[in-house]
Ligand binder design. Sequence first.
Ligand code: F6P
Length: 322
Amino acid sequence: MKRIGVFTSGGDAPGMNAAIRAVVRTGTAHGLEVIGIRRGYAGMIEGDFVPLGPRDVANTLQRGGTILLTARSAEFKTPEGRAKAAENLRRAGLDGLVCIGGDGSYRGALKLLEEHHIPVVGAPGTIDNDLYGTDFTIGFDTAVNTALDAIDRIRDTAASHERVFFIEVMGRHAGFIALEVGIAGGAEVIVLPEDPLPASVCAEVISQSSAKGKRSSIVVVAEGGYEGGAEALARDVKACSGIEARVTVLGHIQRGGSPTAIDRVLASRLGAGCVDALLSGASGVAVGEVDGEIRLTPFREAVERRKDINRKKYELAKVLAL
Ligand code: F6P
C-alpha cells in the first residue's frame, strides 16, 4: 500500500479534523502518501483531490467542522455516480480509503467496496452516537457539552421565571444526546425515541413535579422523540393539561465548535486505528473504541445493528428527577 485517501461525509462533527490529522500523520509515519478528498462522495465524483502532508494539518486539532468539507451526495446513490467515483480513485492511484462519517457514509463505503473492490475502512464521525461497534462516536461529547451549556443557561431563566421549558436536542432517530444532557442538566423529563412518551404522561410528570414543590421544569426532547419535535409536544401538553411552556430548539449550534479533549483523543486514536487497519489488510470495517480498546466491526453490522441507549442511565434519570 502506497497511497491512501481520506474524506469526511454527512453531517460535520467536532473532532473530524483531529481524525484527518491522525490519518495524515500516522500514514506519513508509515511511509504512505495521503490524499484528501474534498466534499465527501461529491468530491470523489468530481475528482476534487488534494495531497495532504503533516504540515497541511497543523493547527486543525482544535478546530470544529471539517477542513475537507462535507456533503450529502445524491449522485453517489446511483451506480453511475459510484462508477465515476471509483474511476477517479483508480486514476489517482489510491490503494485504500478512510471514510470519516455516520451510517450513510458507511453505507456508501460498503457499496464502493462491493461494487468496485476498493479497500475502505471507517471512523465514526457523528454527533448522534448512533453507530454500533463503538462506545462513543467522534463529536458526541462536544455536542453534549454544547447542549448542556445552553440548558444550564435556560435553567437560570426557567428558575427565575418559574417556568416550564421544552428543549429540543439533535440525535436524528437516537436519544443518546438527550439522555446524556438530560442527566447532566437535571431534566425533570427526558423524551427519547427509544421510549416514546405520550403528551399526557409528560404533562402528568410536570404536574407531579410542581406538586412536589418544583417551581420550574426542564423537559429535554430528542428530535426523534416526538412527532413534530418539542414544539408539537409543548402544544399537545398544553392542550391536555393547560400547562404553559417555552420551547427552545438548539439545532445546529450542537454541531460546531472546538472539540473537547475527549473527542480530540478519541478522533486521534480512531484516525490512527484506520491507517493501522488498512495496513494490516483489513477492509469493509468500522474502527471503534469499546471499553477503551480499538475494535473493528464489519460495516454491515455497524449500520444494521441498533445501538441501544443505556437503560440503567435512563432509569437513574427518572429517580434523580424526584
Ligand atoms: O447526523 C447529525 C445531525 O445533526 C442529526 O442530529 C440531525 O438530525 C441531522 O444531522 C441534521 O441534518 P442537516 O444538517 O442536513 O439538517
